[in-house]
Write a protein of this length. Structure first.
Lengths: 224, 318
């Protein structure tokens, strides 16, 4: 589902964020990317979502060579991806329902369809009763779950999480990871960047470790 | 087979419905944004309204002045200079016969003596004129064409009068009308220049409003982009917002001009009465109102389009 071949990423400032990265994540798999701050975890996810462009090498996601995804193809490509953030990035002037509905509204679905799918996604993250509230009235963990519901509501093939548990306590973090795992179990390919090594080891999934832009290990489970 | 044949129009119909509903969404959404930020929208609308009201008001003044001017030029009198050898009695007979023509409202005879007396009074050359042995001035008939006479038949009348055996020459007493018309032409051009400048101002005002709005909703734009919104989807609410600001500004301009016309109506009527005229100040007619609204909407749309092209380009998701 996600293939990197000799991928380099150099920012226009000159700093090299990724160097010769090779990795492969199968369709329906779940994997973690770890490493210290600045190791290139976020950059890796941003390349997949086409927020940034790699400078060398080849990235293939969902059968599409990202170099060929340009211009008007970018929005259509992104509709196959769900993204969650550490800082949630919800729209605070809109209700929980409207936040979660955003990817469907953007894709031009009908209202009945939007309502049905938003309710399903909110039900899945356990927030159906809060759909009419504004995000500010929700706790941090609840806001994160709204973010996850928004990332899966359009049934993307790939779900990306950039430090999704960074601001949560250990118990909430674990619950959130389990939620990602549930979506993985219904066939979504999941890639999560996290520096919480203890927790992601307990998830027993492949872990890609980055250091200064290079892949250090690409091992699985709780070994090392 | 049948289902297959039906699919195409069905799909097109659905696509159109989706497109249409997205437009409605964008329209409602930008209306909602304006409702949520009434002060900002009101200020922008007011500035646009005043900017559009100024050229519209000048236009109204111009149109009314032209009506007055054409009214006057139609009634410009003709000065018919008689030959020096035409005696006063014959001149008076001619005046009577001219007065009976339908295209002539009135004729006044000014005898050479009267003309000389007036010249003496008005020119200040009284002493010099005393020295003259005989009166050098001809008799004059002041011919007032009837007001229904159109400009072309006034010309025909002038030619006819010139052809009279008693006539030396005849001319319209309308130099001042021509000057007025020339002045109005200048004014007309000035109104156009003013309108262009203020249209530019409206573009800038709308552009700035939309620029601020893009800036304020950057996060929202970024999130929309990340979840696969097309450029058109993102731009649409801003374009609608610009269009509506322009349209509302034009509505306000219409109201301002109408109020001004209403306030000026009775003093103008009083003035007209002093000139024994039933002249009424004309406001904007239906076609002009339509043009004003179109101009406002178009300016709003183009201003926001420029701002969107200029400021949306720099935004990438995060």
């Amino acid at each position: 589902m996600i293939h990197f071949a000799d991928v380099h990423m150099r920012y226009s400032s000159g700093s090299e964020a990724l160097k010769r990265v090779n990795l492969s994540i199968d369709k329906g798999a779940m994997a973690f990317v770890t490493g210290r701050s600045g190791a290139g975890k976020s950059t890796l996810l941003r390349l997949i979502a086409l927020i940034e462009r790699h400078t060398r090498g080849q990235i293939i996601v969902n059968g599409q060579n990202l170099e060929r995804v340009t211009g008007r193809r970018i929005p259509l490509y992104r509709r196959n991806i769900g993204f969650t953030f550490q800082e949630h990035r919800l729209l605070y002037d809109r209700t929980v329902f409207d936040n979660v509905a955003l990817p469907l509204v953007v894709a031009g679905h009908r209202y009945q369809e939007i309502r049905r799918r938003v309710h399903a996604a909110l039900d899945k993250v356990g927030l159906l009763d809060k759909q009419k509230q504004l995000p500010i009235a929700l706790s941090g963990g609840e806001q994160q779950r709204v973010g996850i519901a928004r990332a899966v509501v359009h049934r993307p093939a790939v779900l990306l999480g950039d430090e999704p548990t960074g601001n949560l306590d250990p118990i909430l973090s674990w619950d959130t990871m389990k939620l990602f795992e549930q979506f993985n179990q219904v066939g979504v390919t999941v890639l999560i960047a996290s520096h919480d090594l203890d927790m992601i080891r307990r998830m027993k999934k492949p872990i890609i470790t980055l250091r200064e832009g290079r892949i250090l290990t690409s091992g699985g489970g709780s070994d090392e | 087979m049948k289902a297959r044949r039906l699919r195409l129009p069905n799909d097109l119909g659905r696509q159109f419905a989706a497109w249409f509903s997205q437009h409605i969404q964008a329209l409602l959404y930008s209306a909602g944004q304006m409702y949520r930020n009434p002060l900002g929208s009101l200020l922008t609308t007011a500035v646009i309204g005043i900017s559009l009201a100024l050229p519209a008001a000048f236009y109204v003044i111009l149109v009314n002045s032209e009506r007055v001017a054409t009214g006057w030029s139609g009634t410009a009198s003709i000065t018919l200079f008689l030959k020096l050898d035409v005696p006063a009695a014959k001149a008076k007979d001619l005046a009577v016969s001219l007065r009976n023509r339908p295209q002539i409202a009135g004729v006044r005879y000014i005898s050479p003596d009267e003309a000389l007396a007036e010249f003496r009074r008005a020119s200040g050359f009284g002493d010099a004129i005393e020295q003259l042995e005989e009166n050098p001035l001809p008799g004059v008939l002041l011919v007032q064409p009837s007001s229904i006479t159109a400009a072309s038949s006034a010309e025909a009348l002038l030619a006819e009068l010139r052809a009279l055996p008693e006539a030396d020459t005849a001319q319209f007493d309308r130099q001042w009308v021509q000057r007025l018309v020339a002045l109005l032409n200048i004014l007309q051009r000035a109104v156009w220049i003013l309108a262009c400048l203020l249209a530019l101002a409206v573009l800038l005002i709308i552009g700035n409003t939309i620029r601020l709005s893009i800036y304020n909703r950057r996060t929202e734009i970024e999130i929309n982009m990340l979840f696969g919104a097309t450029a058109a989807f993102i731009q649409r609410p801003f374009l609608y917002s610009g269009f509506m600001h322009g349209l509302m500004g034009a509505l306000l301009a219409w109201m301002l001009v109408s109020a001004a016309v209403y306030l000026l109506q009775s003093p103008v009527a009083q003035l007209a009465e002093l000139y024994a005229s039933n002249f009424m100040l004309a406001g904007l007619d239906r076609e002009e109102i339509f043009k004003l609204l179109c101009a406002g909407g178009l300016l709003g749309l183009s201003g926001s389009w420029l701002a969107v092209q200029r400021h949306m380009r720099g935004i990438t998701p995060f």
